[in-house]
Design a protein around this ligand. Sequence first.
Ligand SMILES: [Zn+2]
Length: 517
Amino acid sequence: MTTKKFYLLLLNIFCSGFLFSQVQFSTDFESASIGSVKLLDSVWIKSTPADSMLTLSYEISSRFDPLNPVDTSLSPSARWYLFRITGVKGKQLFINIKNSEAIRPFYSYDNTTFQRFESVENINKGQINKIFTHDTVYICHFIPYTCSHLDKKYKEWSGSNYVKTEVIGQSQQGRDIRMMTLTDWSADDTNKKRVWIHGRVHPSEHPSSWHLEFLIDKLLDGSTHSRALLANTIFYIVPFTNPDGVYGGLSRSASSGVNIEINWDRPDSLTMPEVKALRGKIESLTKDRPFDLLLNMHSQISGSITYWIHTAESTSGLMYRKQMLLSALTINDNPFFAPADLSFSGVAPRYVEGWIWDRSGNNTVAITFETPYTYYKNDKNGDWVSLDNLKSLAGNSLSAISDYLEISSEARILADVKVSRPSEWKKAVDDSLVYFGNECLITDKIGQKVSAKVKLPKAGTYKVYTWVAGAVGNRSDNMINRWKELGSVTVSKKRTYKWRGISDQLNGVADKLLFLK
Ligand SMILES: [Zn+2]
């Protein structure tokens, strides 16, 4: 070896050690989490004859939740990761993520604006491969929805005349569990529908919080539809059921290690304070009258949206039909959700849904709504989950809630269909079709006259839709269990309009009509 070569080797060793020592992993910030970091390899590669690049290979293990002291057979989850790496600019990093999924996760150079790794940067399962252009990078499973972000939004929402806030209890670590009540306080409460929504039982499920935030934003956007919904409904919303878990960057447990999603049927001594807070509030709110709807907002690793529908066998035919109606209304005109994405299970009292079923029976549809972290409709070549499409999904969810509660407003005018010769029609039996209301009339005779009286609030043209009530078990036919456009009507002034049609137009099913301006 020549003297020159020897000095070059020394320089390389020095530089390699120097640059390597600059790469540091940290989690000293909100919602951050990592288990362990292991440097597997570091190699200088010649990118051009004059330039070398340091290539570093790491194995990251995401951090497990604390051991569950109540359900001791459950293995702790390690889904969530959010960490900062400094000193990475211009270096090629191979990062293997163990214990969790790395399916095009996200990165950010400022912990505020996040983007997904491209497919070519995540070719091998669990492995990220990228040359970063800034010195500091944040890597996470999904765009973080943190306590401080909620604080900011909560302050904004609290400024609305429609919103009242309260603290319904404290978490294990003493954080407030906050609830917002949203309604038009000037409207009489007697006949208002009542909807309970809670989120972030599982702290890693960040997409669900974005979905819920956009839903609340939409409710408070001052539009005709939102105002009508608030005039006719009271929404009780707990955005974070598990604030400790969110703050501490946990995956599926509270700070105690308990998965509070399945803690609803435990004796008092084993019931976590977060569940006690929710249970106490729900008990006091439903003392005289049950909720109409309870939504439990989650996110799932499967590449699809889903509702967890409770089977008719474990509940009732009526409950099954109601859940299928809500699902069908959410799937209606929704590019991100298909009937094949629905999930089914028996109702069980360890979940809030089972606890509500035992308490309120057929009166309350209590259901888990899951958004994915990755893509929709199990199609990785389709749309990947983004804040934009979660926002559009929230709009869809709100229309579904409003139609499900049968709230007719100037923005979405609902009307019942009347038949002229009832003897030619018969009642749909055994909740076999997905229809609104208490009964549904069907006929196989063509040309049967039908009509509907509807108050059209303004002059103009309205599109008319009929609800195509199809089989309750339908998972494949996209032409049934949806609003189907029949045509349009034009009125010259505000008035009660009598719509006339025949049974053929309605596929032989007399249910609801929808008029949209
Ligand atoms: Zn969950």
